[in-house]
Design a protein around this ligand. Sequence first.
Ligand SMILES: Cc1cc2nc3c(=O)[nH]c(=O)nc-3n(C[C@H](O)[C@H](O)[C@H](O)COP(=O)(O)OP(=O)(O)OC[C@H]3O[C@@H](n4cnc5c(N)ncnc54)[C@H](O)[C@@H]3O)c2cc1C
Length: 483
Amino acid sequence: MTAIVWFRRDLRLHDHVALHAAMLTDDPIIPVYIVEESLCRSAVVGDKRLHAHFAAIASLCDAWAQLGGRLLIRHGSPQQVLCQLVQETGADKLFFNRDYTPEARMRDELVSEVLSSHGVFVHTCKDLVLHEPGEIMTKQRTPYAVFTPYRRVWQTLPKDRPFPQPTTVNLFDRLKELASETVPTVEAFGRKRPIGTEWEMEQFGERAARKRLQQFLDEDIYTYKEKRDMPGVNATSRLSFALNAGTLSIRTVYHSVQEVLASAQGEQVASIEAFLTELIWREFYQQVLYFHPHTTDHAYLPQFETVAWENRKDFFTHWCQGETGYPIVDAAMKQLNETGWMHNRLRMITASFLTKDLLVDWRWGMAYFAQQLIDFDEAANIGGWQWSASTGTDAQPYFRIFNPVTQGEKFDPDGAFVKKYLPVLREVPLQYIHKPWDMPEHIQEQAGCKIGFDYPIPCVDHAQRRKLAMALFQEAKDRHAKT
Ligand SMILES: Cc1cc2nc3c(=O)[nH]c(=O)nc-3n(C[C@H](O)[C@H](O)[C@H](O)COP(=O)(O)OP(=O)(O)OC[C@H]3O[C@@H](n4cnc5c(N)ncnc54)[C@H](O)[C@@H]3O)c2cc1C
């Protein structure tokens, strides 16, 4: 009797529910990761995102080696690879953690069907979230579409505790003889490896994730509420990659936060609770996507499905490259392009700007984020985009449109963030930092920043575009009402 444990977006050994369940059987274990080549070659996934994921796999390989084992790496379609492995080893059980996106569910259903038909017992586990889709429903047994009542129920439910890190695992005796590919690299897929110490492999593993969590719990969590909206201050947890690749377990995060909360006082309590609320948003969006799979490429709110987006390619290119002429938007896009991560406030500002100022379809922006973000998570990305575009569940109303100048002034008051990513604006006086086009000529000269030459003229006029956006949304709403 042998159990295969299939690692996917749970690239760790600590508190791995499927691994723990397999270990309870006392059967020898074969850990495997399957590289889906078509995805690795696809333009849908950017170099940085792929590199970060491969680095996390490399770290998991090391962790298995330290346990005296080995993570098998195989390429191909999951059902073929797993059937082949069953044939080679006589394994009779397959364990994996559930994933809730529409594509993952289709893949997993197929795998379960094929392996079950070969007599393999397939066991799936809840691991990615504390409360999975379907656990929290309204009294009418419908999924929640509004966050606050969902959150209230979420907070009342008991939470699973993390399992301890395994120190020994009963491994399949021929594990080291089984064929395995080397750890994948981006270069092997014709991609460019990002350069710099922040891209070193160990930055993306389980150990780095735990260290990051500890650093956050030691300090920034206490001021999270006050500073979380300030992109110039590194005050959020930066745990999104770890939570999405699974180098950190959500139970570990949740219970560590609870420990800190138990001894917190005054304002600290509100700050820690604000952080916990973000973890609930993560689960809220998982269930929205699970119950509304059409939201991958359709508006959740049908009245906004037919907004007449202008979809100008030149505007979209300006946005992607951070050359719109609005500093907070441009600096944010540079942050994304350079680091593969963007601060949450900036994700909201850039998404709002693309949809409401440039009048480009939210699906274009969503796809660009999916390609560039190392912390890409389909449910959170769709949720964030549809919220910003006013097409989603519990979304920003369409007539509340972020002003990129006042957003910059409010959330980057000293211009530190803008100056970091747009060095050409470094000498621009503070009063103009979020609207450099207002600089008189002589100040442009003093600042070494000629507008239209060193830094672009705004590609649209916010006040005009705001009116146009509201009219287009209203038209779509009226059209829908007539159908
Ligand atoms: C347009 C848009 C696109 C987004 N795309 C993604 C994405 O692809 N992947 C992703 O993980 N998050 C996404 N988010 C949510 C959020 O911006 C990131 O989770 C957050 O910026 C990650 O940084 P952090 O870990 O420091 O967050 P923290 O503020 O420290 O939050 C802690 C954790 O809570 C979760 N979280 C926080 N905010 C949200 C949120 N609004 N929705 C869901 N979960 C949240 C994340 O897991 C995060 O790591 C998106 C938001 C918007 C507006």
